[in-house]
Design a protein around this ligand. Structure first.
Ligand code: TRP
Length: 447
């Protein structure tokens, strides 16, 4: 069906794509999920396997997704259909749309918690403990639903406007500021006696902790954090100019994502040990519902021990930045089903955004009242769904579309690509290493 160019849209600038893709990557996955998983699932051993998954599996798959998107100029379902006649792969795209919907449904609830904590810091400062306690109660369904609704509303508003200069500019200012605050907090934590044990736990791997479960978890985390495996980067790539250098853009986004996750871990893990040494009870359970509280317990405790106006200011700024980081991620999650509806059913962008976003909110409201569902959805759609999607994307590019054709597409923005090492190495990863590693991890996790 014909679609007007204004409804599809494209990036204004080269930087626009990189910022949007980095904004999609950097989010709650880096600052909330990653440090919690490191702390509860093996410390430095987890970090090591995570880095391996990111660079050896995530980066090649990211280049593949962006290339599929730019070649086809379509949403994930339309993209597979446009490139090959194979009837199976559009279903892979549809699975990606489903994963996006389901991940977004719980993501808004957690994002709402982060947003609520920004205000908690203010209420705490002024001694309004009833209001502060209300906001920190992650089990309060109505409160969860209200804040999630606010978050979904903001996401829809931005999606209806397309990618404006406003978001591009906001993202540009946000990243350095977020890094700045995290670094200040790291310096503060590392200066306290009692944190060094945490640094050791974070950086000195105990190899005996590596097992199939840890690798499976780290792989899922890598996919989630890079926003891979469900076509978000196919969609973003579809708005991309031919002049863009895809491997370079993918490398930049990967490094930004890993860098922020690494810093967040360096903050939270030592802070957790510090809190323990001070006798603060940290109930880091194995299940996501209880580990949801880990970061949300430790950080406010830290801001409160710094105390006074400084503690409050750091706290408010941090949680506001985290909320913005989450917002640039929810945008990419919603953009996938919205672009699908626009492309495949010829619906106008505005109508598509409101109906799809509203529909997803119905699921969010359910999650808000039963946060235990976060764990189930995360397991099914992030830990299993995304690597599975990544596996199928590798098969598609490696054996159906063929890596030579993908490289021809990359050549538009990277004239010398055929003389580089990338051309020799990337196809080996896409055809053999990535799919084999993903499949092996998925299977060993179940046996
Ligand atoms: N990467 C984001 C984070 O780390 C979450 C996210 C945004 C995502 N868009 C995605 C995950 C698409 C998978 C697919 O918080």
């Amino acid at each position: 069906m014909a679609v007007t160019t204004t409804d599809r849209g494209s990036w204004n600038s080269k930087l626009g794509f990189i910022l949007a893709a980095a904004g999609s990557a950097v989010g709650l996955g880096n600052i909330w999920a990653f440090p919690t998983k490191v702390a509860t699932e093996g410390g430095a051993a987890y970090l090591l396997i995570y880095l391996l998954c990111t660079f050896a599996i995530g980066f090649p798959v990211m280049a593949a997704e962006i290339t599929i998107g730019r070649r086809s100029g379509k949403n994930p379902v339309g993209a597979f259909r446009a490139i090959s006649d194979n009837k199976f792969f559009p279903l892979v795209g549809l699975w990606g749309v489903v994963c996006g919907v389901m991940i977004l449904s719980f993501y808004t609830v957690i994002a709402g918690w982060a947003f609520g904590f920004a205000f908690e810091e203010i209420f705490y400062f002024f001694g309004w403990s009833a209001a502060a306690d209300w906001l920190t109660d992650t089990g309060n369904g109505l409160k969860n639903a209200i804040i999630a609704a606010v978050f979904m509303f903001g996401t829809i508003k931005i999606i209806t406007g397309g990618v404006s200069d406003g978001i591009e500019r906001a993202t540009k200012a946000m990243m350095p500021l977020l890094i700045g605050i995290i670094v200040i907090m790291i310096v503060y934590v590392l200066m306290q006696p009692g944190s060094s044990e945490g640094v050791r736990a974070y950086l000195l791997p105990d190899f005996s902790k590596i097992n199939a479960g840890l690798i499976f978890s780290a792989m899922g985390q890598a996919f989630f954090s890079l926003s891979l495996g469900m076509g978000a980067l196919i969609t973003y790539g579809s708005y991309l100019n031919k002049k863009e250098n895809i491997p370079q853009a993918a490398a930049f986004v990967t490094l930004a994502d890993v860098g922020i996750a690494f810093l967040a871990g360096l903050l939270i893990v030592p802070a957790m040990y510090l809190a323990q040494s001070q006798g603060i009870n940290i109930s880091a359970g194995g299940s996501l519902a209880s580990s949801t509280d880990l970061v949300f317990q430790i950080l406010p405790a830290l801001f409160h021990t710094i105390g006074g106006g400084v503690g409050m200011l750091l706290g408010v700024t941090f949680f506001l930045l985290l909320s913005i980081a989450a917002l640039t991620s929810t945008i990419s999650l919603l953009e996938v089903p919205v672009s699908y509806v626009i492309d495949e059913f010829g619906v106008k962008r505005k109508k598509a955004a409101w109906s799809v976003g509203g529909g997803i909110f119905v699921i969010s409201a359910l999650v808000a009242f039963f946060p235990v569902m976060i764990g189930w959805f995360d397991y099914l759609f992030s830990s299993i769904g995304l690597p599975l999607g990544g596996f199928l994307i590798c098969l598609f590019v490696g054996y159906f579309w063929k890596t030579e054709n993908a490289i021809n597409e990359m050549e538009y923005g990277f004239a010398g690509i055929k003389q580089t090492l990338f051309v020799k190495v990337w196809p080996v990863f896409i055809k053999y290493i990535c799919p084999a590693a993903i499949l092996y991890n998925l299977i060993t996790n179940f046996i």
